[in-house]
Design a protein around this ligand. Structure first.
Ligand SMILES: NC(=O)c1ccc[n+]([C@@H]2O[C@H](COP(=O)([O-])OP(=O)(O)OC[C@H]3O[C@@H](n4cnc5c(N)ncnc54)[C@H](OP(=O)(O)O)[C@@H]3O)[C@@H](O)[C@H]2O)c1
Length: 281
């Protein structure tokens, strides 16, 4: 049995499907998960990662755990308690969704320090572990879906600065491999897409997927900050703006790890936009 936390999210939903399609037994968990969120026949269980006792019943007797870091609420997350419960339940393997920021922004409270403490707990867990450090997700473009749907416009900062954003389905693919194949214990995988794309190019790709032009309006940093503060805590906003506006060479590097694990190139933003065009129509 493989337990997947964050199972209704961009990564977790794909992961549950990949594991179920591969014939693996899965228990999908999140706070609000219901029948409609899982493929037919997949077991699900409601649990809050901030109160790890709720996960105990599904961890007992499980083989492997996919641990979603829920970084934005990580001050509430007690990874040690979850990992202790997993080990006590007989779980032998843990795969954690961390972030590239642990390596590239080590001093950032939101990305580096919190992420490092979760990774450290995983390393000390006594289980076989694999750490996934993705860069920005293709699915961050969902933040633009309403303005594309209603106005065929996207307002975003740093229109011409490229990042190798990654398809959450590829993160899920690597997670699945690490959860049930051998050879991934003790590995730290850095996960990116196949190429740098700029916000302007991503907006163009959404327009191409829709078959209609979508206008790009470049925001100032202050305009972007004000908008992001409406739904993200301040330290997350500042680090995110720094990554989007002044990425380090490591944040702009295309990593070979998705291809190394999956044996194929990572999915492009344009491909993600075509598959998810309905969200922007
Ligand atoms: N987006 C990026 O660019 C990026 C880059 C690097 C790393 N990451 C990491 O990836 C993660 C986001 O992954 P994602 O996009 O797959 O997530 P997502 O789509 O935001 O989904 C979050 C999942 O976690 C569950 N969840 C949230 N709070 C919970 C809690 N207290 N207890 C139990 N479950 C909880 C949610 O379901 P319920 O609401 O039903 O609980 C949902 O299943 C972040 O933590 C971030 O650190 C993201």
């Amino acid at each position: 049995m493989i337990v997947v936390t964050g199972a209704t999210g961009n990564v977790g939903r794909s992961l549950v499907r990949i594991l179920a399609d591969a014939g693996r037994q899965v228990t999908a968990t999140s706070r609000r998960i219901s029948d409609a969120d899982v493929p037919q026949g997949v077991r699900h269980h409601r649990a809050d990662l901030t109160t790890p006792e709720g996960l105990r019943p599904v961890l007992d007797g499980a083989d492997a755990l996919f641990l979603h870091d829920t970084a934005t609420s990580a001050h509430l997350l007690r990874p040690q308690d979850i990992l202790d419960a997993a080990r006590a339940g007989g779980v032998g393997r843990v795969v954690v969704l961390s972030s590239q920021g642990v390596a590239t922004r080590p001093d950032s409270a939101s990305h580096g320090i919190v992420g490092r403490s979760i990774e450290d707990a995983v390393r000390r867990s006594g289980m076989d572990w694999t750490i996934l450090r993705p860069g920005g997700f293709h699915s961050n473009a969902y933040a633009w879906s309403e303005s594309v749907r209603t106005r065929r416009t996207v307002a975003a900062p740093f229109g011409d600065i490229g990042l190798p954003t990654v398809d959450p389905a590829d993160i899920a693919g690597v997670a699945a491999a690490a959860l049930y194949e051998d050879g991934h214990a003790g590995q730290v995988y850095e996960l990116t897409g196949p190429a740098l794309t700029t916000p302007r190019q991503r907006v163009q790709a959404i327009g191409d997927a829709l078959g209609e032009p979508v206008r790009f309006v470049e925001q100032t940093r202050d305009e972007a900050r004000a908008e992001m503060l409406r739904f993200m805590p301040e330290p997350v906003v500042e680090t995110t703006l720094a990554i989007l506006g002044e990425p380090t060479p490591a944040e702009q590097r295309v990593s070979p790890d998705v291809e190394r694990v999956l044996g194929r190139a990572p999915g492009s933003f344009a491909d993600w936009a075509r598959r998810h065009a309905a969200a922007f129509r």
